[in-house]
Design a binder for this molecule. Structure first.
Ligand code: DC
Length: 248
């Protein structure tokens, strides 16, 4: 059998700390696909705004700053902003505290979504993760997942990530900041975080990452088999009914 005719997209959404990055990175590596960390891209844009001192309420200033930005995803999940490796700096507190506000701006989202689709177009396959990859960026993805976990478990994971990087932060502070960011990511007007109807929900609170990875890989494989099986006949009359409904 030949290669798939188009890029295969596996899309994973969910709130922070649900395990998306660990799972998406591993699934991408197992499939030999590009790992598309959309959150890192929003963080890089935010870093640029912070450095330039851009007032996010100033539309023209935001657009000017956006025009200056070039973002590239490098090997092993590294990210560069105008040629500079900013992989570490985008995780800093000053970026984390502003990223929700910056990523809610429609102009920012337009630019990032276009870039994400362009990256996917050039690749054989991508594993995309974020808040809107299943709903807005790649609604046609071949497999969609929504990862979630309890707030306390997500905060615990984030706190140990910080610790691994040598930063000691209080669990309750992380939990509080996460709750605020969750609310803002889910309630914004443009592309809020929500579970796509056709996304498979996985609660990772008590499931180890390797088991989630396996579940995703199994599902991708199952979808491939279904897609290559003979197409089911279309119900007679359904397309004209569909058209007339849409036309109303
Ligand atoms: O996954 P993360 O914590 O690195 O994401 C950082 C922020 O970026 C998060 O608060 C919401 C935003 N984001 C977004 O709005 N849309 C995406 N597809 C990914 C992230």
């Amino acid at each position: 059998m030949g290669p798939p005719p188009r890029t295969e997209v596996v899309a994973i959404d969910g709130p922070s700390g649900a395990g998306k990055s660990t799972v998406a990175r591993e699934v991408a590596s197992r499939l030999g696909y590009v790992y598309l960390d959309t959150g890192a891209m929003y963080r890089a844009v935010t870093l640029h705004f912070v450095r330039r001192g851009v007032d996010l309420r100033d539309g023209p200033a935001v657009r000017r700053a956006l025009d200056e930005i070039e973002i590239d995803l490098e090997e092993e999940g590294r990210i560069s902003l105008n040629g500079e490796d900013v992989t570490r700096e985008i995780r800093s507190g000053k970026v984390t505290s502003r990223v929700s506000q910056a990523s809610a701006l429609p102009a920012v989202r337009r630019k990032m979504v276009a870039l994400q689709r362009a990256i996917a177009k050039r690749a054989r396959g991508v594993v995309a993760e974020g808040r809107d990859t299943t709903t807005v960026v790649f609604p046609e993805a071949s497999a969609k997942f929504y990862l979630d976990a309890s707030l306390s478990e997500r905060a615990r994971r984030r706190t140990s990530d910080f610790l691994a990087e040598g930063e000691a932060v209080a669990l309750d502070e992380v939990e509080e900041e996460m709750a605020v960011r969750d609310r803002s990511d889910s309630s914004r007007k443009t592309s809020p975080l929500r579970r796509a109807e056709d996304a498979i929900a996985i609660d990772t609170t008590e499931t180890p990452a390797w088991a989630v990875v396996q579940r995703v890989l199994d599902e991708v494989e199952r979808r491939r088999r279904t897609a290559t099986a003979a197409p089911r006949p279309v119900k007679r009359g359904s397309s004209s009914q569909g058209r007339s409904r849409k036309g109303r």
